[in-house]
Design a protein around this ligand. Sequence first.
Ligand SMILES: N[C@@H](CCC(=O)N[C@@H](CS)C(=O)NCC(=O)O)C(=O)O
Length: 222
Amino acid sequence: MIQLYGFEYSPFVIVQRRILDFGKIPHKNVKVPNHDRSVIWKLTKQRYYQVPVLKDGRQVIFETQEDSQVIAKYLDNKFELGLFPKELRGLQTILWRYIENDIEGIGFKLNDIYYRDFVPVSGHLGFLRHKERKFGRGCLDLWRAQQKLLVAELAAKLSPFEQMLFDRPYLLDNRPRFADFDLFGMLGNYLYTGRYRLPAEHTQLQAWYKRMAKIKLADLPK
Ligand SMILES: N[C@@H](CCC(=O)N[C@@H](CS)C(=O)NCC(=O)O)C(=O)O
């Protein structure tokens, strides 16, 4: 059975988990503590330490670049999910770069400031150190101080998606494509603690998010 390695609140893990559920693909979610990546390191034969990683039989699949989408393309290909249609090539790449940089870049900060909600006490030191080494000393305090501004910035960056959803049920089409799952994952991370809501003014996005949370491949017309 397919195994998805990662931690629940990771935006990139949420993307793959939702894709697996969408396709009703039997799988097991294997929890990896954020502060201890030794399982991943071993699984990938010392080639990778990030999550998610997918194991399918003897195959171990993980990203090769910041925006490579190796896992999603593997699942799409194997289970014919229709996530990467030829006619949307290029356009989806531009979209997922925006989603994974601009949206994720704000969403994760707003989620991280509440890390005590979801990281076990034994992982606090590792979490804090990892963040401060990457984003500078006091970064979590800074993001806490900037919270209101960041929430407003996120709402503004989500506006193009709200506009796209006025004419269709999903971002690019009448069925969800990879960009939908990608945005769903970034927002799933932002909403993870239950301390935030999607911007009140983005009513289309709210309805889309609800649809995305439960849509199944089998529900779509052939
Ligand atoms: N582009 C990768 C990004 C994966 C990623 O950034 N994972 C984070 C968790 S959300 C991670 O493992 N970070 C650990 C680190 O950088 O040390 C993907 O799409 O999977």
